[in-house]
Design a protein around this ligand. Structure first.
Ligand code: B12
Length: 222
């Protein structure tokens, strides 16, 4: 559904700040019942990574990067009506970006995938302080807490959050993800050693995790 031509036209419109053209592309894909994971990965994520590359090479300004980010976040709202159409389970997830982490689009996608899979998701956005996250977990008692981290220097904040949350909520499942793990591979292995913590890097892996969530593990079945 998203072929190369469509992607290039969308990407040009995004860089040009052409909200109408981007809106029409996304709206038309939704009318054709595009899979939301595919829309997120092949249009929104791909274009934001390409924006990052242009920014890194000083081919576009910070202002243009901000423009593309705002447009993408707004376009994601078009998916809203679809999030709640399927039957919902009695399962809750809190999804947030790590403390000092200002990248939030990935976390929002994760929250939406929970919702599409019938979970109630609470999406907190960027830079949530650890103590406040603790309080909200106390209040909502989610089945899963998801933490997103894009910048390598924020990886220690994820470790601190997990250690702090573990003290109070020893049985709550946690998932961590985000592109910081592409650079900080040793953190990935470190975090996976904590019980009930999984590092998940793609929306496909997330859906597999959700499908298997209530299934007993090999150890549990003996
Ligand atoms: C937009 C943007 C910003 C915006 C973010 C605004 C916002 N509202 O989100 C702003 C301007 C704040 C920003 C700031 C910075 N940024 Co920036 N930014 C980007 C950019 C261009 C796009 C990010 C994005 O939305 N990507 C698309 C999303 C969908 O991808 P994603 O986050 O990886 O999420 C996917 C998966 O990782 C996964 N996932 C993500 N989180 C989670 C969580 C869980 C639980 C699970 C299961 C899965 C999962 O699912 C998602 C869907 O597949 C990236 C380029 C890039 N490669 O992404 C640079 C990028 C991430 N930024 C970068 C940098 C360096 C910075 C700054 C340090 C710049 C500076 N000098 O100030 C600051 C850091 C601020 C901070 N403390 O966080 C670098 C990071 C390099 C590195 N090695 O760490 C990048 C890669 C730019 C580059 N070089 O190309 N940035």
């Amino acid at each position: 559904m998203i072929n190369e031509q469509l992607y290039q036209n969308y990407f040009k419109a995004l860089l040009d700040g052409n909200r109408e053209a981007c809106f029409e592309t996304v709206q038309s894909l939704l009318e054709q019942k595009i899979n939301i994971k595919s829309l997120y990965t092949h249009l929104f994520q791909r274009s934001m990574v390409d924006v990052g590359l242009l920014w890194e090479r000083s081919k576009i300004s910070v202002a243009k990067e901000h423009l593309a980010t705002c447009m993408t976040q707004n376009l994601m709202q078009l998916v809203y009506p679809i999030l709640f159409t399927d039957e919902h389970l009695e399962k809750k997830a809190i999804v947030t970006s790590a403390f000092n982490e200002y990248h939030q689009i990935g976390a929002q996608m994760v929250a939406d995938i929970f919702e599409i899979n019938g979970w109630h998701s609470y999406y907190l956005g960027a830079n949530t302080p650890i103590n406040d996250l603790n309080k909200l977990v106390q209040e909502l008692k989610p089945d899963v807490i998801g933490i997103s981290v894009s910048i390598s220097f924020n990886l220690p904040n994820v470790v601190s959050s997990i250690e702090e949350l573990r003290k109070h909520f020893p049985k709550t499942h946690m998932i961590v993800g985000g592109q910081a793990f592409l650079w900080g591979k040793n953190y990935r292995y470190k975090l996976e050693q904590y019980p009930l913590v999984d590092c998940i890097l793609t929306l496909d892996e997330l859906e597999t995790y959700l499908l298997n969530f209530d299934k007993p593990t090999i150890n549990e079945t003996g």
